[in-house]
Design a protein around this ligand. Structure first.
Ligand code: NAD
Ligand code: TYD
Length: 354
């Protein structure tokens, strides 16, 4: 069972898009390690559930014994590390899981990867890659008019989520610098697209609007995010894995800055066209109490990955958001599957009990 790639968190939003894409386009089989927290969903992988090149194991990256055995058994040529707690609002309610998975879990994975990598022959060692998938939120918040984040921007994380991701980035960097582990870090902007859990802005707004429920916009709705269609992110990651320089960081972004209110209005006008309800969906917008410590603006300067690796996104925000709304409209079964007790518990905690 050799020459797999080990993907962690491959049942989540970006991980499952990545694994599906990998199976479509590459020959190397995938070992998909995921704990299946509330955010992990095997329905995301239904299209490849019978493909012999995809092996799923329900395990925790914090379990060193299990992770070490999987390295021995599957002898991965690369690790692509997505597994994380990923929602800022949840990190405000309960930061402990973020420290446990994002920091301790990444540490455990690095330790097991290092032990395995050290045992390889020199040429296999050279080919091995540990690709750490991270976020632009580690850089903190920009003011209007500030230049976008480059790879040289100082780390300034503001939420428990971004602080835990920043800590994991530092560990990954240190494992390259100290032990020579061939790591690469990517810091990407906000993703959207199919299979995103409806706690995040875009799917939450699509589902609420489809159901005539209020659309809760935090604060004045003028916070800015830089949106990237998930398939563009996955393509960038594959390219970085193949051609990226070891020890480097690559920022990935779509050059698509939008205020939250613009994003919500885009969703609403697509729904007005595809699912007219008698009144404009935007009339459901409700301004609600702001998120504590809410970062004002993120923006990615993706010049390095464009110049070095020739990557650029295929989707504009307009094409990507239309595809996304259409996907949610066509996948009611998936939506009903994720609206479990756990989902309702979160909606009650975050939006109803306030
Ligand atoms: P997600 O929350 O949808 O998925 C996370 C996955 O990790 C889930 O399948 C979950 O079951 C799994 N997981 C959690 N804890 C685990 C553990 N201890 N052991 C094994 N598996 C575990 O997240 P996502 O949006 O797909 O993000 C994936 C990665 O990309 C994260 O590292 C995130 O920080 C990063 N990222 C996300 C975005 C974004 O906009 N979503 C942007 C940039 C970077
Ligand atoms: P989110 O999807 O949680 O991503 P992140 O916080 O990682 O950028 O939120 C995106 C933006 O949308 C962020 O500025 C917070 C805002 N937001 C709302 O206004 N209302 C909501 O219900 C949610 C979930 C987010």
């Amino acid at each position: 069972m050799q020459n797999h790639i080990l993907v962690t968190g491959g049942a989540g939003f970006i991980g499952s898009n990545f694994v599906q894409r990998w199976i479509q386009s590459a020959t190397t089989p995938v070992l998909n390690l995921d704990k299946l927290t509330y955010a992990g969903n095997l329905q995301n992988l239904a299209s490849i559930s019978n493909d012999p090149r995809h092996t799923f194991v329900r395990e925790d990256i914090n379990d060193a014994g299990v992770v070490g055995k999987l390295f021995e058994q599957y002898m991965p040529t690369s690790v692509v590390h997505f597994a994380a707690e990923s929602h800022v609002d949840r990190s405000i309610h309960g930061p402990a899981d973020f420290v446990k998975t994002n920091i301790n879990g990444t540490f455990t994975l690095l330790e097991e990867a290092r032990a395995y990598w050290s045992s390889l022959k020199a040429d296999a060692q050279q080919r091995f890659r540990f690709l750490h998938v991270s976020t632009d939120e580690v850089y903190g918040s920009l003011n209007a008019g500030d230049p976008a984040f480059t790879e040289e921007h100082k780390y300034c994380p503001n939420s428990p989520y971004s602080a835990s991701k920043a800590a994991s980035d530092h560990l990954v960097r240190a494992y390259h610098h100290t032990y020579g582990l061939p790591t690469i870090i990517t810091n990407c902007s906000n993703n959207y697209g199919p299979y995103q859990f409806p706690e995040k802005l875009i799917p939450l707004m699509v589902l609420n609007a489809m159901n005539g429920k209020p659309l809760p916009v935090y604060g004045d709705g003028k916070n800015v995010r830089d949106w990237l269609y998930v398939e563009d992110h996955c393509e960038a990651l594959m390219l970085v894995l193949r051609k990226g320089r070891v020890g480097e960081t690559y920022n990935i972004g779509g050059w698509n800055e939008r205020t939250n209110l613009d994003v919500v209005n885009s969703v609403c006008s697509i729904l007005d066209e595809l699912r007219p309800s008698g009144k404009p969906h935007a009339s459901l917008v409700e301004f609600v109490k702001d998120r504590p410590g809410h970062d004002r603006r993120y923006a990615i300067d993706a010049t390095k990955i464009a110049n070095e690796l020739g990557w650029k996104p295929k989707e504009t925000f307009e094409t990507g958001i239309r595809k996304t709304v259409e996907w949610y409209l066509a996948n009611e079964k998936w939506i009903n599957g994720v609206r479990t007790g756990e989902y309702q518990k979160w909606i009650n905690l975050q939006y109803i009990s306030k």
